[in-house]
Design a protein around this ligand. Structure first.
Ligand SMILES: Cc1cc2nc3c(=O)[nH]c(=O)nc-3n(C[C@H](O)[C@H](O)[C@H](O)COP(=O)(O)OP(=O)(O)OC[C@H]3O[C@@H](n4cnc5c(N)ncnc54)[C@H](O)[C@@H]3O)c2cc1C
Length: 226
């Protein structure tokens, strides 16, 4: 099980209000930080930091907000100016929590009990897919319960249909969480390579397996005998 550190905070009140570029949320998928501006001007944000050690809750709580702010400002020094503004303007305590992803879980169901959502495949928030995965699970499970002769067959079919996709998403999200913020040399190389890489790999179809997944509700679920 891999861990990441999520740091979050909020900026309240109109004194620090700002408008987000084009929409109310900015940072988005594939990013290590995200902020959301509410209509009131209140801003909530989080940053996703890779960590190899595993501090306890008590140890995390003992780290002063000013220290987190310094670390985040260094980390995002070359990011959009608004990111550093948000970190600096934050009011109140910054909360830090470890999050874990579950790359694979050997047992998804036993007897009448079955797991869906984070309970069986928690993923880091880096890909922004946790809610979608949980909702897809629910829809697929409903189809299986509708079409299977009994709950055991429904559970088996559900796992067969869901496991490959969710494990792929968890693995993808993990690669995003593990990616380190580029240092000065890496940044120069990245900026040189990016236009070529984007042309080669970032067509509209490159992530379609994840973002345009379609479930046909009316399709009958095929039952495979193990
Ligand atoms: C910081 C952060 C940012 C995230 N950002 C995104 C994002 O941008 N996009 C996205 O898609 N996903 C995101 N996720 C992931 C997403 O929140 C989860 O994948 C999703 O909520 C999982 O839904 P779930 O229903 O499986 O579990 P949960 O949402 O955890 O729901 C489980 C519920 O069960 C309740 N519960 C637990 N034990 C009991 C009990 N014994 N009795 C009764 N109730 C109980 C809990 O209180 C909880 O309400 C993020 C996660 C984190 C931590």
């Amino acid at each position: 099980m891999r861990k990441a550190l999520i740091i979050g905070g909020g900026i309240g009140g109109t004194a620090t209000s700002r408008t987000a570029p084009s929409a109310s949320a900015y940072g988005a998928a594939h990013s290590r930080r995200l902020y959301l501006v509410r209509e009131s001007g209140e801003t909530c944000w989080f940053a996703n930091l890779h960590r190899s050690d595993e501090p306890t809750r008590k140890e995390l709580a003992a780290i002063p907000t000013a220290q987190w702010q310094r670390q985040l400002r260094d980390l995002f020094a070359d990011d959009l100016p608004v990111i550093n503004e948000i970190v600096t303007d934050s009011v109140g305590d910054v909360g830090a929590h470890l999050v874990y992803d579950i790359p694979t879980s050997p047992v998804w169901h036993r007897g009448p009990a079955l797991l869906i959502g984070d309970a069986v495949h928690a993923t880091s928030p880096s890909a922004g897919q946790g809610v979608s995965m949980a909702v897809e699970d629910a829809v697929i499970l409903a189809r299986c319960l509708r079409d299977a002769p009994d709950t055991n067959a429904a559970s088996t079919a559900y796992e067969q249909l869901r496991r490959p996709r969710v494990e792929r998403v968890v693995a993808y999200s993990k690669t995003l969480s593990n990616s380190k913020t580029a240092g000065p040399v890496a940044r120069v190389l990245r900026d040189l390579m990016m236009p070529i890489a984007l042309k080669l790999f970032a067509g509209p179809k490159s992530h379609s397996w994840m973002y345009t997944h379609h479930i046909d509700w009316n399709e009958k679920v095929a039952m495979h005998v193990a």
